[in-house]
Design a protein around this ligand. Structure first.
Ligand SMILES: C[S@@+](CC[C@H](N)C(=O)[O-])C[C@H]1O[C@@H](n2cnc3c(N)ncnc32)[C@H](O)[C@@H]1O
Length: 241
C-alpha cells in the first residue's frame, strides 16, 4: 500500500515537473533575471539585486484618483519641474488612469501625451477620462510587459510615475524607451524614496537613488539631476550617456 502511494506521488510529481519544466528552464536561462521565493508583496523575480514589485491592479484605480493625492504628492510641482515645451511629445509609461497624463497634456497643447499601460482596464479608464474632460492630446496605448510599443526616435520625454518598480521586464522596457527618445530626449522617473523610513509605502514600491542609477546605467542612461521638490518621491532626470 505504502509503495503504491509513493509510486502515485512520484508519478504526479513527474507530471507536474513536465508541465513546469519549460517555464523553469526559461527562468534558469534568463539573462537579466533571477528567481527566488517571493517575499511579502514581492514577485520573487529579481533584477540587478532588486525584487520586482507586483503590478498594481486596475482594482486599485481609486487610489490613483484619491482626492488628497494633490496635497500628499504635489504632482503639480513635478510637472512644473519637467520644463516642457508646448510642442513636446511625452510618453507616460505606466499611465494608469491618466491622472498624471492629464496634468502633462495641459502643458503640451501643441504636442501630445502617449499614455501607455499594460492593463486594458486602465486603457478603458483613460478613454473614459478623455471623453469626460474632452482632452484632445492624450493618446492611450496598450503596451506589453516587454515593450512600450513606441516608434524609434519619436518622443521628447518618457516619464514613469510610481511605475518603473513594477515593470516585470525592466531591461527590455527601458531599452525600448531609450530607443524611442529623440536626440536630446529625457527620461524622468518618480519613485517613492527608499532611503526614507518616514515614507509609508510598501517596501517594493520604494526605490533608492543608488539602485536606480545602477539600473539606468545598464541601459545607457546617466543621471542629470534628482530634483528634491516632492515631499515623498525622488524626481530623477536621465539622459543618454
Ligand atoms: C502604481 S500605477 C501608477 C499609475 C500612474 N503613473 C499614476 O501615477 O497615477 C502603475 C501602473 O503601471 C502599469 N504597468 C506595470 N508594468 C507596466 C509595463 N511594463 N508597461 C506599461 N505599464 C505598466 C500598471 O498597469 C499600473 O497601471
Amino acid at each position: 500500500m505504502l509503495t503504491k502511494n509513493l509510486f502515485k506521488i512520484l508519478i504526479s510529481c513527474l507530471i507536474c515537473w513536465q508541465i513546469a519544466a519549460p517555464t523553469s528552464t526559461a527562468l534558469i536561462q534568463s539573462k537579466y533575471y533571477s528567481y527566488r521565493q517571493p517575499s511579502f508583496d514581492g514577485t520573487g523575480k529579481y533584477y540587478m539585486g532588486r525584487e520586482i514589485a507586483q503590478v498594481m491592479g486596475h482594482q486599485g484605480a481609486g487610489w490613483l484618483e484619491r482626492p488628497d493625492r494633490a496635497t500628499e504628492e504635489q504632482p503639480q510641482k513635478m510637472v512644473a519641474a519637467l520644463e516642457l515645451k508646448s510642442t513636446d511629445v511625452v510618453a507616460d509609461i505606466g499611465a494608469g488612469t491618466g491622472y498624471i497624463s492629464q496634468l502633462i497634456a495641459q502643458q503640451v497643447p501643441e504636442g501630445k501625451v502617449l499614455a501607455v499601460d499594460v492593463q486594458p482596464e486602465m486603457i478603458e479608464l483613460l478613454n473614459q477620462r478623455i471623453q469626460k474632460s474632452k482632452i484632445t492630446n492624450i493618446q492611450p496605448q496598450l503596451g506589453t510587459e516587454q515593450s512600450p510599443e513606441l516608434p524609434a526616435a519619436s518622443i521628447d520625454l518618457a516619464i514613469m510615475v510610481d511605475a518603473y518598480h513594477e515593470f516585470s521586464y525592466p531591461h527590455e522596457m527601458m531599452a525600448g524607451i531609450v530607443a524611442a527618445l529623440k536626440p536630446g530626449g529625457r527620461v524622468v522617473l518618480t519613485e517613492y524614496r527608499g532611503e526614507d523610513p518616514k515614507v509609508f509605502i510598501k517596501p517594493h514600491h520604494k526605490t533608492t537613488q543608488k539602485q536606480i542609477e545602477y539600473e539606468m546605467k545598464d541601459v545607457g542612461l546617466k543621471l542629470l539631476k534628482n530634483e528634491s521638490v516632492l515631499p515623498q518621491q525622488h524626481l530623477f532626470f536621465f539622459v543618454k550617456s
